[in-house]
Design a protein around this ligand. Structure first.
Ligand SMILES: Nc1nc2c(ncn2[C@@H]2O[C@H](COP(=O)(O)OP(=O)(O)OP(=O)(O)O)[C@@H](O)[C@H]2O)c(=O)[nH]1
Ligand SMILES: [Mg+2]
Ligand SMILES: [Zn+2]
Length: 335
């Protein structure tokens, strides 16, 4: 069958999704598109466990819930000239931020939250809710395992700055620790405007994704970076204390006037697959990575009890933070 010339293939990027509809940006326009059934099958089946033959008879209902396309995907689509389009192809992803599919079962489906990004940005509040550094370590190790470049943002600084502008010692020490490892940290406030110019400068010309728990202030920060944007933000005093209330419900890519593409994501407790393939999780801690293989028992060392452990020696010498080491041991237990 010939494709008639009246249909042209266009390329664009998925900026937003609703159930079954993908909003594709191309040449300054955003076109709502459906996905061709053939492409859906192609995209969904290959990520099922390849060792399982029965994946072909996978429950159709579950299949319907697996979304094969993510915000950030580059697609080719046919413009149907009625204001909508049909996606026929997805271009190869340069990277992806994913988590395990929430539907349990024998199949290891992954849910892709956003793809093709330059920066993954864990956002934490300086207070309300108080930062959990162990959770930051989970985000950072996930970023390392997915080979994504991380930039840390701490926001709501207005809540913790003393009158003279100083920060309390515990916060200072923690920030210092992550900077020492090499992670850039930007301190911001959507209320006072602190750090916004620095963040605009850093994100310009890049595609970034804000991630973090509900209520930390991701959408408020985006609104502050891009006045007039008007993303919905959580009301003060609602939701259980420290829990947030999931105000943002789906990922959306915002193109800002200062030349940055930023994806706002719904609050997530974690992401990443931690697919180690037998690799030492110390490889995901940049300050431990150079020591892997240097212990008395070489690559067999689990860095827990063994004598002559180079990583434990570095912890005792103060070169590796005991908190980061604890995060390492926790990750090691899980994988
Ligand atoms: N004092 C202060 N409050 C802030 C700041 N940023 C956000 N908030 C408040 O924190 C609450 C949560 O902000 P949101 O931007 O909705 O948080 P979110 O991270 O987008 O949350 P989800 O969309 O649920 O993932 C709101 O009540 C905001 O007003 C800030 O810089 N300073
Ligand atoms: Mg939000
Ligand atoms: Zn060791």
């Amino acid at each position: 069958m010939n494709v008639t010339n009246s249909y042209s293939h266009d390329q664009g990027v998925v900026v937003k999704k609703n159930i079954g509809i993908y909003h594709v940006r191309t040449n300054e326009r955003v076109i709502p598109c459906a996905i061709s059934p053939r492409l859906r099958k192609q995209l969904v089946y290959p990520i099922a466990d390849p060792s399982s033959l029965s994946h072909i008879v996978r429950d159709v209902k579950i299949l319907d819930k697996v979304d094969p396309l993510a915000v950030g995907d580059w697609v080719r689509f046919v413009d149907s000239h009625d204001g909508s389009g049909l996606i026929t192809e997805v271009l190869p992803r340069r990277n992806r931020l994913a988590r395990r599919d929430p539907y349990p079962g024998a199949y290891k489906f992954e849910q892709i939250i956003v793809s093709n990004i330059d920066y993954i940005i864990p956002v934490f509040a300086a207070a309300s809710p108080a930062p959990k550094w162990g959770l930051l370590d989970r985000y950072l190790t996930s970023a390392e395992s997915l080979e994504l470049t991380a930039l840390v943002v701490i926001t709501k600084l207005d809540l913790v700055r003393a009158d003279d502008g100083r920060l309390d010692g515990e916060l200072q020490t923690s920030l210092q620790e992550y900077r020492r490892i090499g992670y850039p940290i930007v301190l911001t406030s959507a209320v006072t405007g602190e750090g916004l110019e620095e963040l605009r400068r850093t994100l310009k010309g890049r595609i970034s994704a804000f991630v973090g728990k509900s209520g930390v202030g991701k959408s408020a920060l985006l609104n502050a970076l891009e006045p007039g944007l008007g993303l919905r933000i959580g009301a003060i005093g609602t939701g259980r204390a420290g829990k947030g209330k999931h105000t943002t419900t789906s990922a959306e890519m915002i193109t800002t006037t200062f030349g940055a593409d930023i994806v706002d994501t719904p609050g997530m407790r974690e992401f990443g697959l931690h697919n180690l393939d037998g690799e030492d999780p110390a490889m995901f801690f940049p300050e431990m990575r150079p020591l892997v293989g240097k212990c008395k028992f070489g690559l067999d060392c689990s860095h827990a009890e063994e004598p002559g452990c180079a990583i434990r020696k570095a912890v005792l010498a103060g070169d590796i933070s005991p908190l980061r080491y604890r995060s390492y041991l926790r990750l090691r237990e899980e994988v």
